[in-house]
Design a protein around this ligand. Structure first.
Ligand SMILES: [Zn+2]
Length: 437
């Protein structure tokens, strides 16, 4: 369509020009000009043609002058474009070098990007990471700090500053940076857990719980982590409420903590104790059994026994048998049942469960119970001594051990009493020390 229209237009213009030329040729007329002592005699068509030619010539000269004047600017723009392109290439190569841990290349490309790209907020992340990689902490801090000033890079700047503060062990400063980064409202994957841990370690449990609420809204913490952290916070809330004499709140928080994370032994023990005190013995036993099925622990046996401290040895055997039936794989259940059976003088039952326990986890405690059985049942001192002979070389009993500092503690606590790491105590058997070569 368009070429046809253009052709039509051209034909039309040509027709008008030809008509004008014919019209002028039919009306020649004469023009005489006197100017500065000159005299020009010509016809009207020639004069018009001369004026047209002059206008075209002036337009051509103007265009040429403009092109000459614009040339340096265009060259400059092209050069600037090339610099920016090279700058971005240095930036992306530099970030790749950081990821690969190539200290030298990262530093070199960071300097190059800095030189080529005028905007330091763009090159800040690379510069900070390159500085960190080569151990220049002061420079890394300065660069991350500069990034916090600009809205677009503030989050990365604060997060980087927080990580540097954590590395040098300054938790107060790290908490301040974490809180400011969190306040920017981004989904912030990974930040929620760090902020929660810093708040919890500083004893700011109410703020830590608020962080969990916000993390749930932003959907930036895994469901399991969210529930486990919630249980820790509720457990601490219950401890505080009980210490301050608010029994109802202590009970409600303990029950919620147990429901949030049934694997948290301390929450189950606390919930059972407070439920029992409130006269809800069935619910207390149920809390213990739920946790026993997922995370069996001797503290749960103690909690079960504490529900009826005055019962007869036979009643005690029945009570602990409920635990063994709920989780037959739990060694601590067999040990506890054997001990109760010994007290009730049920020798056969004691022997059965000690045999199971010593096969699955032969510890000093189990050998001592076997020796007691031999003495009490048949007064067989030789057999008892044979069992006791195993005690010295037996693997150690499981204990609460800190995954951060490796030390053991008597009972569970939300943070390690030795190194104060949060949520670091695991119930496990200590590794045996290798005998000297
Ligand atoms: Zn520790």
């Amino acid at each position: 369509m368009r070429p046809v229209r253009r052709l039509l237009g051209f034909v039309l213009v040509l027709a008008v020009l030809v008509a004008a030329a014919v019209w002028l040729a039919d009306r020649p007329g004469a023009v005489t000009i006197h100017w500065l002592g000159w005299r020009v005699d010509t016809s009207v068509p020639v004069l018009i043609a001369a004026i047209l030619a002059a206008v075209l010539a002036v337009a051509g000269v103007l265009k040429a002058v403009r092109a000459v004047l614009a040339a340096p600017g265009r060259l400059l723009a092209a050069r600037r474009g090339r610099r920016t392109r090279d700058g971005y290439r240095a930036l992306s190569d530099g970030l790749a070098a950081v990821a690969a841990g190539d200290r030298k290349a990262a530093r070199k490309l960071s300097h190059r990007a800095d030189r080529l790209l005028a905007d330091q907020s763009l090159t800040g992340l690379l510069a900070a990471q390159a500085a960190e990689l080569s151990g220049d902490v002061a420079e890394a801090e300065r660069r991350f700090g500069a990034m916090t000033a600009r809205q677009e890079t503030a989050f990365l700047g604060l997060k980087g500053s927080m990580e540097l503060a954590l590395k040098r062990g300054d938790r107060d400063q790290a908490l301040d940076f974490a809180r400011r980064a969190w306040a920017l409202g981004q989904p912030a994957d990974g930040l929620a857990a760090t902020l929660f841990q810093l708040q919890a370690r500083a004893g700011q449990w109410a703020e830590a719980e608020a962080t969990l609420d916000e993390a749930k809204k932003r959907d930036c913490l895994s469901g399991a982590d969210l529930l486990h952290y919630r249980a820790l916070a509720l457990h601490e809330r219950s401890v505080l409420a009980e210490a301050e004499g608010r029994a109802d709140e202590a009970l409600a928080a303990a029950v919620k903590a147990h429901q949030a994370d049934p694997m948290l032994v301390a929450a189950a023990v606390r919930a059972a104790r407070l439920l029992h005190r409130a006269g809800k013995e069935r619910k207390a036993a149920q809390a213990i059994i739920t946790t026993w099925q997922a995370a069996p622990h001797p503290a749960l046996v103690e909690a079960m026994v504490a529900l009826a401290p005055a019962e007869t040895p036979l009643q005690r055997v029945k009570r602990i048998d409920r635990l063994v039936k709920a989780n037959p794989d739990a060694v601590d259940g067999h040990v506890a049942l054997a001990e109760a059976a010994l007290a009730a003088r049920l020798w056969g039952q004691a022997r059965t469960h000690l045999a199971l326990a010593v096969e699955k986890r032969p510890t000093a405690g189990t050998y001592v119970l076997l020796a007691r059985l031999e003495r009490e049942e048949g007064r067989d001192e030789a057999a008892a001594q044979a069992w006791l002979g195993h005690v010295a070389g037996a693997p150690p009993e499981p204990a609460w051990l800190c995954s951060a500092c490796g030390k053991g503690t008597d009972g569970w606590a939300v943070s390690c009493p030795h190194c104060h790491a949060l949520d670091s105590l695991d119930w496990r058997q200590p590794l045996l020390a290798l005998p000297p070569a």
